[in-house]
Design a protein. Structure first.
Length: 148
């Protein structure tokens, strides 16, 4: 069954994805986390990372991982994933619909159920859509003369 969203009028907006969409989603999610992480770094820390690149591989990895692990704690990954999820839900629905209708649907859902609940649902929908991509149904092999 294809997941869908429905507005008050009863219009259905099906969410259909491909493997290309899934890879783009994962890449965008990583890029957003990386972007937030870089924004947390000061100029001195960025300079330390650049200097670490001239050192041996083990020393550079140690310095960079220490700096980044300290800053990674301060990143709100839930907020980042919520923003990316909203973007991708809109993108996947836009394949078959008008942009104004999709924006209206998301705004209507936010008003009816609240942004937090909508964000949770979007995450579940994307998870379901992207995990269905790898499923294949198999048929039983014919007996081809092996039967008794």
């Amino acid at each position: 069954m294809t997941p869908f969203l429905e507005n008050k009028k009863g219009d259905r907006f099906e969410i259909i994805a491909t493997m290309k969409d899934k890879k783009a989603y994962e890449k965008d999610l990583q890029n957003e986390v990386r972007k937030q992480l870089l924004q947390k770094l000061s100029k001195e820390e960025i300079e330390q990372i650049r200097k670490a690149n001239t050192l041996s591989k083990e020393e550079a990895e140690k310095i960079v991982s220490e700096l980044l692990s300290e800053k990674a704690v301060n990143i709100d990954e839930l907020e980042i994933s919520s923003q990316v999820n909203r973007t991708y839900i809109k993108k996947l629905i836009l394949n078959n619909n008008d942009e104004a209708d999709v924006d209206g649907l998301v705004n209507e859902l936010d008003e009816r159920f609240g942004e937090e609940q909508v964000d949770e649902r979007f995450a579940k929908i994307l998870n379901k859509v992207f995990t269905q991509l790898g499923t294949v149904s198999y048929e039983a092999m014919p007996t081809w003369g092996i039967e008794d």
